[in-house]
Ligand binder design. Structure first.
Ligand code: NAD
Length: 284
């Protein structure tokens, strides 16, 4: 079964829209996101457009703050501090990539805990580690929504994650431990040791977030597995994931396509986080 990200995103968006209407009726205001973007980047502009569309649908205010490529770290940091103080702003994010002279983590860590709608600052990641997550990194949350949509109980399942990034692999490993899954995290070291295939073959649930087309061969997939492909790669002008989809879909019970799998749900998770942030700020 192909896990349709657009359909899932639409279903979640409808629920969020109703929630925003209810919040507006009760409190007279709606969440407001400010997205800080340094310089121009076609990939991030595409992601930004899908965020803007999702925000418009759900009823969340969305403002893009475009900063010049040569903006200083000091200027960026003072802007974040000002947004922290601005009561009308309930969510702040910084779009990646940023130019080399900007220290992303230093800036992101300045975002007030309850306004950190991407769930990426050290305190939010710490809360996730301590088993008390509030704002979760959006891509990891999108993968969890896809897994939830299969209805499969993850307790005791062998879950293999390929990729240990801060926004996908690491937070996912923590979220899956909360579901009592047995989690293995593979990465470049696993491949260099020639052990990737043997781990994948054991996976009841496989999540791949690397950025390398056809990294995972269809023949490695355990029959009946759930396969979530987070990767985005351009091959001959076409967007593909990290898994050899054609062969993998013959063996998997559930599989996400690329495009149209994890991506559409990710921007909706940003909206969900924005509503959570709003509720944390007003204390409901
Ligand atoms: P990253 O680029 O920060 O890290 C890549 C990871 O892959 C590392 O853990 C590295 O060790 C591992 N890796 C690299 N080569 C490998 C190999 N040959 N074998 C095994 N592991 C290997 O990762 P990221 O930022 O999480 O992005 C990963 C992919 O997911 C990219 O294609 C990115 O575009 C995509 N992505 C998609 C979404 C979405 O919403 N669909 C969101 C974020 C990222």
């Amino acid at each position: 079964m192909i896990l349709d990200g657009k359909k899932l995103a639409q279903k979640i968006k409808e629920g969020l829209k109703a929630e925003v209407v209810a919040l507006k009726t009760k409190y007279g205001v709606v969440p407001k996101i400010v997205n800080i973007m340094v310089g121009e980047n076609p990939d991030s502009s595409a992601y930004m457009n899908s965020q803007r569309k999702a925000a418009g649908f759900v009823g969340i205010d969305y403002e893009l703050m475009s900063l010049p490529l040569d903006v200083t770290q000091e200027h960026l940091c003072s802007l974040i501090l000002a947004l922290n103080e601005d009561d009308r702003v309930t969510g702040v994010m910084i779009t990646k990539p940023v130019p080399a002279h900007i220290h992303f983590s230093d800036a992101a860590n300045l975002i007030e805990l309850n306004k950190d709608i991407e769930g990426i600052n050290a305190a939010n990641i710490g809360n996730l580690l301590l088993g008390n997550p509030t704002l979760i990194p959006c891509t990891a949350a999108a993968v969890m929504e896809h897994l939830k949509s299969t209805g499969v109980d993850l307790s005791g399942k062998e879950v293999v994650i390929i990729g240990d990034s801060q926004i996908v692999g690491k937070p996912l490993s923590l979220l899956l431990l909360r579901e009592l899954a047995t989690v293995t995290v593979c990465h470049i070291g696993t491949s260099r040791a020639g052990k990737l295939a043997e781990h994948v073959e054991q996976a009841d649930v496989l999540i791949v977030a690397v950025g390398k087309a056809a990294l995972v061969k269809g023949s490695w997939i355990k029959p009946g597995a759930i396969v979530i492909d987070v990767g985005i790669n351009e091959v001959n002008g076409k967007i593909v994931g990290d898994v050899d989809f054609e062969d993998a879909q013959k063996r998997a019970a559930f599989i996400t396509p690329v495009p149209g799998g994890v991506g559409p749900v990710t921007s909706v998770m940003l909206m969900r986080n924005s509503i959570e942030a709003f509720k944390l700020i007003i204390g409901v």
